[in-house]
Design a binder for this molecule. Structure first.
Ligand SMILES: [Zn+2]
Length: 185
């Protein structure tokens, strides 16, 4: 499942097919436009250089936390302090709305800038933690891919970002390795 925070992290793209190619899409106008449209967030495009640098550093921290959570570890006090420092930059207003026979409260971002966007990303990451689902954070087991995703399967055993792509590729690789092994003996 794609979440706001994992989509943000995956702006650092690696060719899952193993060409070794990778691309940092964060600074690209095309990616910025895609991201804002996808998550319905307003901010100026292109983001200026300082903002892109701030986003990269945020992405690196968030990536580090995801890797630790995916490895079954917990976050440190300083991680929470850091997340709060990002959340602080995005003020929200409250809005009450009817929702399928019930009522819900929505928090809407006030700022129309990338600081607000980063705060929304941090809030989405926080939501995953609040629901106690940090343990569902995964890194695709295809070493060339390393896509970060949220495992929404019931038995929590999803290994690859996409079983048709990375899953199949790894199956073929295992098969070939086994055949080579058999050829040798
Ligand atoms: Zn993958």
């Amino acid at each position: 499942m794609e979440t706001l925070w994992s989509d943000f992290l995956n702006s650092e793209w690696h060719d899952w097919k193993g060409s070794g190619r990778s691309e940092d899409r964060l600074g690209q106008e095309k990616w910025q436009r895609y991201f804002l449209t996808q998550w319905q967030l307003p901010a100026p495009v292109p983001a200026d250089e300082d903002t892109v640098a701030a986003m990269r550093s945020f992405r690196e921290r968030l990536h580090g936390m995801s890797v630790r959570l995916a490895a079954g570890k917990t976050l440190a006090e300083e991680d929470f302090a850091y997340l709060n420092s990002i959340l602080d930059k995005g003020a929200v207003k409250r809005r009450i709305e009817p929702e399928s026979g019930s009522v819900r409260m929505r928090l809407l971002g006030v700022g129309e800038n990338w600081e607000q966007v980063m705060a929304e990303v941090a809030a989405s990451f926080a939501e995953t933690l609040i629901r106690g689902e940090g343990a569902r954070i995964r890194i695709c087991e295809n070493p060339d891919c390393r896509w970060i995703f949220y495992d929404d399967t019931r038995n929590r055993t999803k290994k690859y970002c996409d079983h048709k792509m990375c899953g199949n590729l790894m199956k073929v690789r295992r098969f070939r390795a086994k055949r080579r092994e058999e050829g040798r003996s």
